[in-house]
Design a protein. Structure first.
Length: 217
């Protein structure tokens, strides 16, 4: 079992709940209201802006050129993604987003980790987010082999389906994480499992919040 497999196995139930969450399925099946989708995008946008800042803080923790290259590639992808959201999404002004308490708690946790944790701690935290992103993309591909403009969230789904560079870095993340954790001790792995669990909890709670907001419509 690889290090990544060991981490993922430790949150098997939580990760299953994420991929099968009613809000995720609702987006794929076009059952989420525009009201709920706007909320989802706005909160995601706010999180992504903060994640870019946190990701930048990793640069000072990088120990070698390989880590620097990986970070810069990831940063470029996130900036391109957030630029596309700005260009394509028509809803309330993104700059006026008010983060929910769950969003604030999630960001605060990541900032705390960036200040007090190691490079590996943050790579582990972002690793489960990236892996979930990749699997969500696969779900969309399976559901929409012939995605067209009739779908109300066509442009957004297209970001997941057509971004080959994004897919490449997600596919390589597991390999990269295994390399970074190759020499991790049993005690360190227990710490990483705690980070994996905490981040997945935040992800699931965020979706619960979006589902609740969607039901208000």
């Amino acid at each position: 079992m690889t290090k990544f497999d060991e981490l993922l196995s430790s949150i098997k139930k939580e990760y299953h709940n994420f991929l099968n969450h009613p809000f995720i399925i609702g987006i794929v099946k076009n059952e989420v209201t525009r009201h709920g989708f706007d909320y989802f995008i706005n909160q995601n946008y706010y999180i992504l802006v903060e994640v870019i800042r946190i990701w930048g803080s990793l640069l000072v923790k990088a120990n070698n050129e390989k880590q620097m290259v990986f970070l810069i590639r990831g940063l470029n992808i996130m900036i391109k993604y957030i630029t596309q959201i700005n260009q394509n999404y028509q809803c309330q002004e993104l700059k006026n987003i008010k983060p929910s308490q769950i969003t604030i708690d999630f960001i605060n946790y990541l900032w705390e980790l960036s200040l007090e944790g190691s490079y590996q701690d943050l790579i582990v935290a972002f690793g489960i987010c990236s892996f979930g992103h990749y699997n969500f993309r696969q779900l969309i591909l399976e559901s929409y082999p012939d995605l067209n403009e009739l779908h109300p969230y066509y442009w957004w789904l297209l970001l997941y389906i057509n971004n080959d560079q994004d897919v490449e870095i997600q596919q390589k993340w597991v390999e990269y994480l295994n390399q970074e954790l190759a020499d991790a001790t049993v005690e360190e792995m227990e710490k990483f499992k705690g980070i994996f669990y905490k981040v997945q909890q935040f992800e699931n709670n965020f979706l619960n919040d979006c589902l609740k907001f969607d039901s208000y419509k």
